[in-house]
Design a protein around this ligand. Sequence first.
Ligand SMILES: [Zn+2]
Length: 344
Amino acid sequence: MRATLLYGAGDVRVETVPDARIVESTDAVITVTNACICGSDLWPYKSMEPSEVGRPIGHEAVGVVEAVGADVRTLKIGDVVVMPFAYSDGSCVFCHEGLHTSCLHGGFFGNADVGGAQAEAQRVPQADGTLFVLPVGKADALMPSLLTLSDVMGTGHHAAVAARVGPGKTVAVVGDGAVGLCGVIAAKRLGAEQIIIMGRHADRITLAKEFGATDVVSERGAEAVEQVKKLTDGYGVHAVLECVGLDQSMETAIGVARPGGAVGRVGVPQGETMPASQTAFYENVTVSGGPAPARAYIEELLPDILDGLIEPGRVFDRIAGFDDVPDGYRAMDEREAIKVMVEP
Ligand SMILES: [Zn+2]
């Protein structure tokens, strides 16, 4: 089968690799009908040390169940499914608490162990717990939005939940990538009154406004903090969605939070220590978040997609066949594309 491998910074290759296959009796194999490139894939794309063997990449997919192991109970061949970016058994203590990313038998896609989803097929461990059967056909027009349940929509929602967004709250979203844009959708969906998008790319800001952003702040650093305070009677916002992961974005996120407010962070932190710790302390700002338990949120978010109430699939502004995947990475890295959907 064809699969995408990362060989080092800027070195994405699509190659023929051994077919995905059942290894454990709890596995399934899916034919990938749609995958995508994630903002988090851009971190290794920018920084990975050269590798002789390459690393399989991709962790977001919708697909069709092609094979199941002997102990798979709830799935059948032909089911159309969404695959969250982490696999989980659905039955351990943390899965029962809705924290599937900490599953005792779980792990992440996009590595040598389980393979990556920017491929023709994907091996899925803990298939019963991981895969969610969709009530539509594989060519459904809603598929781009359904694909976002594998990561970006669940992640934007997680940021909003961690930031305690609710009716009447003021919200700032740090970062105008696909996750930030889904964070705007999530904040609006949870009843936020004011949603400030913090970003500087015209196409993304336009989409953010269509998703429900009420204000735009394009400055950075101290100037950005000042602008957000101006928009909120000088106080700052109740809830901040940190969707970048850099020290500067976290510093801004804590800086724009109102005393007693909360920051929900979903950008993969690129530093070991948390910036602005003293500001967070003295202003009683809660900092929460982490990898989103996307599997836990599908039941809640799916009906709104099926009913057309939210359209997170609009974050995809480019479709790539396999041959175009390397250029898709370049386009996302250079901010020429918001998010690239891969159609194997
Ligand atoms: Zn579990």
